[in-house]
Design a protein around this ligand. Sequence first.
Ligand SMILES: NC(=O)c1ccc[n+]([C@@H]2O[C@H](COP(=O)([O-])OP(=O)(O)OC[C@H]3O[C@@H](n4cnc5c(N)ncnc54)[C@H](O)[C@@H]3O)[C@@H](O)[C@H]2O)c1
Length: 330
Amino acid sequence: MLNFGLIGCGAMGRALGAAVAEHVTEAAVVAAFDPYRPNVESFCAESGAKAADSLEELLARADVHAVMVASPSNLHREQTIAAAEAGKHVFCEKPMALSLADCDGMIAACQAAGVKLMVGHSMRLYPLTRRLVELARGGELGTPLYAFGAYFFSRFKDRPSGIWHLERSGSGGLLFHMGIHHIDLLQAAFGPAERVQYLGGKYGEQVHDFHDVCSLLIRFRAGATATLVSSGISPVNWREMTFLFSNGFARLDSPWSYLEYGPEEAHLVRVEPDDLPGPEAVTLELTSFTRWALYDEAPVFTAGEGRAAVAVAEAAQQSEESGGWAEVAR
Ligand SMILES: NC(=O)c1ccc[n+]([C@@H]2O[C@H](COP(=O)([O-])OP(=O)(O)OC[C@H]3O[C@@H](n4cnc5c(N)ncnc54)[C@H](O)[C@@H]3O)[C@@H](O)[C@H]2O)c1
């Protein structure tokens, strides 16, 4: 049995806790920490976990074998390193951190302590995205040539001022916070990105201190290209991912309720999530992490994918500053 300590009992922390309780048979959440008392108290009342008064207290518990880091993104680095130094395995939410140097520090700390580190890029594990990645990697429709991804949501419009999501220092901005999902999905499908060109602007009157509309051009090492567009002030929520192959086409439609693909218009296959058996994404990643920690079973992904996504977001930041293309660090 793998006992988790939950760090951060907000929206995602609760989702992770619920997934462990309901679907991961070999794990349990036994303790939790959140400096905002109402969140930790309500989580513990519902789950039966013990509330810790500090991160140190949580990490000092001998019955905690691993942690789930679901705190604001700017805290992932220091909390992961503290957990590793306390000998705990770490499941860290996306984005892994807000810089590549921080990712490297986290990986080094976990390696030095001999603990596992996974970054929760759950979006590549949805049934339809798994199938999309399989199409790109398997060569069924030829070589991947191009991808178009759109990620429009209204969230920044609804948030009150002063919370971490709205501050670049807290969330990293639009690409680190939300675009990172599509960046990871594209690298899962097309392999590592080589260079990027960023373009964006702040158009909304809300209090966030970063661009709320942005586009990213990406060239992959294997030769394909992609365009990602994202906005946090859209009147409608819209997610799309379209791939062009040398012998076909695939499109994940908004709100990702179906995937259609095939060699030509007249022969498109349409699949819906229920057509593809398998666990839900968060259950899949947490089950994999648990079995990796307990039995050293090969995981669905590790920290490497989290680091690779941050490398692209960091290059986008460099391109934003310079106005030109930026190389993605290896
Ligand atoms: N994989 C996904 O699809 C997905 C979805 C949503 C969020 N996330 C990630 O999960 C993380 C949390 O996001 P959220 O939407 O749950 O945010 P949230 O604001 O709902 O929750 C964050 C929680 O962290 C707590 N917190 C603040 N300081 C802390 C500290 N020092 N130690 C521990 N907890 C602290 C807050 O009080 C709050 O309860 C972010 O990194 C986010 O990017 C991932």
